[in-house]
Design a protein around this ligand. Structure first.
Ligand SMILES: [Zn+2]
Length: 152
């Protein structure tokens, strides 16, 4: 069930609803940020979200994006992926731990479905006697587009 993604419009309305329920402000800029997150499959950074918002809302500050993303994170509605020295990336569609595939050349991050993962986690949980509450599984590589661009 976890693997089924809502369509972007449904997810957008969900996020709007959650913020409304919390009494959060829903400015047009904030809704635009939610829209980018709901539509994105590529796990944008705050800077990338800002670049897209600027087209329609040129005066939006990066701080506005940060605040909205922080609120969503606080609400458990966005998954933050940190990468040490590069920008954090955000998944607004699947706000729970799931495997990712990352291209080390273009930086694209895709979701990766590993159907066996739930069983592996159950097994590990039993083996180590932990109640597993989270995990991080990132696979690194060179995407097919980048392979085509730079043949070796
Ligand atoms: Zn993801």
């Amino acid at each position: 069930v976890e693997n089924a993604l809502p369509d972007p419009e449904t997810r957008l309305q969900e996020l709007v609803q959650r913020i409304r329920q919390r009494g959060g402000r829903l400015t047009p800029q904030r809704v635009a940020v939610l829209k980018v997150l709901a539509e994105s499959k590529g796990h944008p950074s705050v800077e990338q979200i800002h670049d897209r918002i600027k087209v329609d809302f040129p005066t939006t500050s990066v701080a506005t994006i940060y605040k909205t993303v922080a609120l969503l994170k606080d609400m458990g509605e966005v998954l933050e992926l940190g990468f040490g020295d590069s920008s954090n990336r955000y998944d607004g569609n699947r706000p729970y731990p799931h495997p990712h595939l990352m291209c080390t050349r273009c930086g694209e991050i895709r979701d990766l479905d590993v159907s066996a993962l739930a069983g592996i986690l159950d097994q590990l949980s039993r083996d180590v006697g932990y109640q597993i509450v989270g995990h991080r599984l990132d696979l690194y590589g060179i995407c097919s587009e980048c392979q085509d661009r730079t043949p070796r």
